[in-house]
Design a protein around this ligand. Structure first.
Ligand SMILES: [Mg+2]
Length: 409
């Protein structure tokens, strides 16, 4: 009997909740997120589908993937909001940042859903259901978002459990209780069991997972195929040893900015380097990685392009370390000629090993505080000045002329 601790976390009506969070006037109202911001509602409606609907809209029968026109017919009083991925990605990374404090073993399934393996975290943070409850409470207090949780010894049961009592569901299936938990559930509760399989099993009079589990394996395989049959048979009994797979670590992370007017002022270029460095460092913290190499890319008016690299004494995910290394490379390489493009990148990435909270570098705590502020008020709302301390923080709201970002992960 597996004694793994697997959590499935799924934010409730995520896109719509983020919209209701940042626009208080939408709270408690039917909100439909869908279509691009064409500035022209008729086009948005004509071409769009529902990406997410708030629970207030769902009671009218609105659901995701439905054509917007149909949704607005079902719920004419709904507020239609265009999709804003940057806002959802920012919100998502704040939630994942909380989860990552309890385990590095996180398998994101989308911006709002993930499996967490907390088996190795029990000694430090308590039983899996305690960790899930802690994450649930912190995601609400720190990110103002609700999520549903399923806790079990395997991914299949954890996912079915978190789906069962949405919104704000919290279902724990104890070790050994998987088969009994699954038995009364309809076939469609099993992820990966589609309408064709449902029909095929219906022909055998099989309607619940318990009935599938009771079937002889050969009978099932004859009906739906060897490997599909085996996978359904095992998972309907709660057997699922599949690992929580952490997405591959990228080889490098970088940010580039092409200026609409070339810049020759050293201070302005230094500020851009600081901002690009902060973005890259935030991405490292987001992914739970550190980097050992910093790269600076410089393109002049005549398109001459140079890049310089520096290996750090120790791995980092700190804004100031990345900034200072990039600035030093710049100071050594820059000829003083006007600059058309600047890029800051990091490579030789590794998993961030949090030894213990006391060993976290001083500016680490400031970095994570900055991360929270940026998530709250937007990536550009606050930045570091040239120095390192709190006094050097600069609160501002201007928007950049153009920002091209490439992330080869
Ligand atoms: Mg969700």
């Amino acid at each position: 009997m597996s004694r793994r601790g697997i959590i499935h976390m799924d934010l409730d009506a995520f896109y719509a909740s983020v919209e209701q969070l940042r626009r208080p006037e939408l709270r408690g109202r039917p909100v439909i997120v869908g279509g691009a911001d064409t500035g022209e509602r008729r086009t948005q409606v004509r071409r769009g589908v529902v990406s997410a609907a708030s629970y207030e809209a769902r009671v009218f029968g609105v659901h995701s993937a439905m054509p917007l026109a149909t949704a607005l017919r079902l719920c004419p009083e709904a507020v239609l909001v265009p999709v804003d991925f940057r806002a959802y990605r920012d919100a998502s990374s704040s939630v994942f940042a909380v989860a990552r404090e309890y385990t590095p073993l996180i398998e994101p399934l989308s911006l709002d859903e993930a499996f967490l393996d907390v088996t190795a975290s029990e000694r430090r943070f308590g039983a899996p259901e305690v960790i899930a409850a802690t994450i649930r409470d912190r995601v609400f207090t720190e990110c103002r978002l609700h999520a549903s949780f399923g806790v079990a010894t395997g991914k299949t049961v954890a996912k079915i459990a978190s789906d069962l009592r949405k919104p704000r569901g919290f279902v724990v299936v104890p070790p050994g209780g998987e088969a009994a938990f699954l038995a009364p559930l309809p076939l469609r509760a099993l992820p990966g069991l589609g309408p064709a399989t449902e029909r095929a099993l219906g022909g055998l009079g099989v309607r619940t997972l318990g009935e599938v589990a009771a079937l002889p394996l050969e009978t099932l395989q004859l009906r739906v195929g060897r490997s599909h049959g085996l996978s359904i048979w095992e998972r309907a009994r709660g057997v699922d040893e599949s690992a929580v797979t952490v997405p591959g670590r990228p080889r490098s992370v970088s940010r580039e900015e092409t200026f609409s007017v070339d810049i020759a002022a050293r201070e302005v270029l230094a500020t851009r380097i600081a901002e690009l460095g902060a973005d890259v460092a935030a991405r490292l913290r987001d992914g739970g990685w550190t980097a050992r190499t910093v790269t600076l890319k410089l393109r002049y008016t005549d398109f001459e392009t140079i890049s310089r690299q520096h290996s750090l004494a120790s791995p980092t995910q700190s804004d100031t370390t990345v900034r200072d290394a990039a600035q030093a490379l710049f100071d050594n390489a820059w000829t003083g000629a006007p600059v058309r493009l600047l890029g800051v990148g990091v490579s030789s990435l590794d998993e961030f090993a949090q030894l213990d909270i006391f060993s976290q570098p001083k500016d680490g705590t400031l970095d994570s505080a900055l991360d929270k502020l940026r998530e709250r008020f937007g990536r550009r709302a606050i930045r570091r000045g040239a120095g390192a301390g709190l006094r050097d923080l600069d609160w501002r709201g201007d928007d950049l002329r153009s920002l091209s970002a490439d992330e080869d992960d």
